[in-house]
Ligand binder design. Structure first.
Ligand code: PAF
Length: 326
């Protein structure tokens, strides 16, 4: 069974995919009223979701729990779910930015079967004129998943080194069935043997697109405009210096090209940070540019542009709090 925590756009898209493809699932939003009751698929098909749940019971070892939550929501959610995870079902973290794995390791323990995932599927949560909440599948992408520690899935040291050297496609069965379950719900989902690099690569995309679109109130495609050339390049440069100081081997030019390609491919979309700011919700700036700044600081790398953008987003967020408390 697939358990989906939260009622956000991506979580509801996974739920709708499970519904559409006959994968058994349950969705546990924080607030049932704000959870989509249906989805509009890419071809316009309407998928009606089964009613959301509120109280889980103890999960089985072959169940999969997906947490498509913001990093700042993870600790509370994992503490809530902990008593139901005694049989060690696979936990999948699916969020923008970084820092989730550290939080999950602290709460679940280092040997827990934990998968990290990143997705490029597009989804938008909307309220319709009649007041119902829906999720729209706005763009087909793909999901990459990988384990920080394959041994937590019952894989021997020997198998794990074979696995990471790509010589063997045989994954531990708990790991492959978790991937199959998610892939059946929302295809395609691939196993990625260097999920850290995939997450850092997505971090670069989010570090550029998200704050620039949110601060300037623009769709993703507009960050391609020449007025953003300098900022785009400076963010990519700080990103590359930082990532490479941690042993990655990113090429600044390729990082910039990938950011541009994603901005083009998702051009008509408003980024998640843009949507958070417009809807006066806390953004993921801390887990994206904030994370980059912290990691850079530990290596003595200066991050003036990431610092400036982070300050600007924080100032906008502080404004909501002032307005709310007035
Ligand atoms: O956060 C987002 O909105 C997305 O990760 C991305 C790739 C920037 C596209 O909008």
């Amino acid at each position: 069974m697939l358990y989906i925590v939260g009622g956000g756009a991506i979580g509801s898209l996974v739920a709708a995919g499970a519904q559409k493809h006959g994968v058994p699932y349950q969705q546990y939003p924080r607030n049932v009223k704000h959870c989509p009751s249906s989805a509009v698929w890419l071809n316009g098909e309407i998928v009606t979701l089964q009613p959301a749940c509120s109280m889980p019971s103890v999960l089985q070892a072959d169940d999969v729990v997906v947490l498509p939550l913001k990093v700042y929501q993870l600790s509370q959610a994992l503490h809530f779910w902990l008593p139901y995870l005694v049989n060690q079902p696979t936990v999948v973290l699916l969020h923008n930015g970084m820092g989730g794995a550290e939080i999950a390791n602290d709460i679940l323990g280092p040997d827990y079967p934990l998968l990290l995932a990143t997705t490029s599927h597009g989804a938008l949560k909307k309220e319709t004129e009649n007041g119902s909440v829906i999720v729209e599948y706005t763009g087909k992408g793909e999901t990459q998943m990988g384990a920080l520690d394959v041994q937590a899935f019952g894989c021997s040291n020997k198998t794990s080194s074979i696995l990471t050297s790509k010589l063997c496609s045989k994954l531990p069965s708990k790991l492959s069935s978790a991937i199959s379950l998610l892939s059946a719900a929302l295809p395609p989902t691939h196993y990625c043997d260097d999920i850290q690099k995939a997450l850092w690569s997505k971090l670069a995309v989010n570090a550029v697109i998200n704050p620039l679109t949110a601060i300037n109130n623009i769709q993703n495609k507009h960050i391609l405009d020449s007025q953003f050339d300098k900022q785009r390049q400076a963010i990519c440069s700080e990103f590359t210096a930082t990532a490479n100081a941690y042993g990655f081997s990113f090429c600044e030019k390729q990082v910039h090209e990938r950011v541009m390609a994603v901005a083009k491919a998702t051009g008509e979309n408003y980024s998640s940070m843009h949507q958070d700011i417009v809807n006066k919700r806390p953004s993921e700036i801390g887990a994206i540019n904030g994370y980059l700044i912290e990691r850079a600081k530990q290596k003595g790398i200066a991050t003036p542009i990431n610092t400036l953008l982070t300050q600007q987003i924080k100032e906008i967020e502080a404004q909501f709090n002032t307005n709310i408390s007035m």
